[in-house]
Design a binder for this molecule. Structure first.
Ligand SMILES: NC(=O)c1ccc[n+]([C@@H]2O[C@H](COP(=O)([O-])OP(=O)(O)OC[C@H]3O[C@@H](n4cnc5c(N)ncnc54)[C@H](O)[C@@H]3O)[C@@H](O)[C@H]2O)c1
Length: 330
């Protein structure tokens, strides 16, 4: 929950959002600007993000866009000069993308991530909040997922996120840096891209149903995910930036709704709202997909005051509305 103290903290902060032209990053930028942050700088190479996502902020005096890659250390140090907080969102997402091209995913997600930490250290940035992922739970079968019980990663993408957590912990311990990682679980909402072969299930289903096209469900549709509305993730980032941590084990937190929804039930909710009249077609399960995922979010609630205030259905309705308007305005 964003308290008056957190508002004051953000008003005084110079923030950098790497990957700020992407889905989650641009939603975070919007909230930081609404909270009147002193300065908000986006560093993004637009590889999977869009200028369109940040177009509405370009004229604001306290906003700046830097076109560049986190794989370029000089760009990172230049961009982080004077920053109080770095929100590290830039990465190549998607498990299938990492299976198709593990080298490219590693270059951005590991080498780029290391540049961000190093540059933050050199620039004496006070806080780094980075994006980890539920993929680090890998083959561990405990449900709900608790932070200390992780298994073996099941994809190159998961390896990169695990490596991020290891580097972050070492940087905190050796250099005394204030770094916290948030493990997101299947985030959805406005500005999530539907383009390309690696798009996520919710924007694909919404786009197909709005355009009266059949949706394909991989497998029998009973696999479930802890789908999380993006505004909840945005608030978690801001609360984490403000929070103080005494124990190194507390520096990685689950951020999710804390509930499970199957793909069949997801489809049913979307269809009830959109009324396309179409039935889904089931096809072969996808390589690397785990059966169920659900987070225990008690640690984030206790340590950073996280409260997922947007319920799943409300988030889905807002996302459908956004997609409807995006079609009308395109
Ligand atoms: N969306 C989810 O469900 C989810 C779940 C778990 C973790 N995450 C993590 O959250 C973060 C944000 O994800 P998202 O869903 O908004 O993805 P996104 O692809 O929409 O955003 C990522 C942004 O990073 C930028 N980027 C990529 N490589 C870059 C580079 N080398 N230098 C600078 N910018 C670069 C892209 O252009 C894009 O704007 C990522 O770290 C992702 O791994 C997302």
């Amino acid at each position: 929950m964003i308290t008056p103290d957190i508002r004051t903290f953000i008003e005084q902060a110079h923030c950098v959002v790497t990957g700020g032209a992407g889905f989650i990053g641009s939603n975070l930028v919007e909230e930081l600007l609404q909270l009147k942050a002193r300065k908000v700088v986006v560093l993004d190479d637009l590889s999977t993000g869009f200028q369109e996502n940040i177009k509405e902020f370009q004229e604001l005096e306290n906003f700046e866009f830097v076109a560049g890659s986190i794989t370029d250390y000089e760009v990172c140090t230049k961009t982080f000069e004077g920053a109080d907080i770095v929100f590290q969102m830039a990465a190549l997402g998607s498990v299938p993308r990492s299976i198709d091209n593990p080298g490219k995913t590693n270059a951005v997600n590991v080498t780029g991530f290391l540049n961000v930490l190093n540059a933050a250290r050199m620039c004496k940035v006070k806080k780094v909040v980075y994006s980890s992922s539920s993929s680090v739970y890998g083959d561990d079968e405990h449900l709900p997922k608790v932070e200390h019980l992780t298994g073996n990663p099941l994809s190159p993408y998961a390896v990169t996120k695990k490596a991020n957590e290891l580097y972050a912990r070492v940087f905190s311990e050796i250099y005394g840096m204030d770094i916290v990682g948030l493990r997101y679980f299947n985030v959805f909402g406005p500005k999530q891209s539907v383009k390309g072969p690696y798009a996520a299930v919710i924007p694909i289903f919404i786009e197909n149903l709005l355009n009266k096209r059949t949706c394909y469900i991989n497998g029998d549709g009973n696999i479930s995910r802890d789908f999380t509305y993006v505004q909840n993730v945005v608030e978690a980032n801001i609360c984490a930036a403000y929070a103080r941590f005494d124990n190194p084990d507390d520096r990685v937190l689950n951020v999710a709704m804390g509930e499970q929804l199957s793909l069949n039930d997801l489809y049913a909710i979307l269809e009830e709202e959109i009324q396309s009249g179409l039935s889904p077609i089931h096809r072969e399960p996808r390589l690397g997909d785990i059966q169920s995922s659900q987070a225990d979010i008690s640690k984030a609630k206790k340590l950073i005051g996280y409260q997922p205030k947007y319920p799943l259905k409300e988030g889905l309705i807002k996302t459908i509305e956004w997609n409807r308007n995006a079609v009308l305005n395109s």
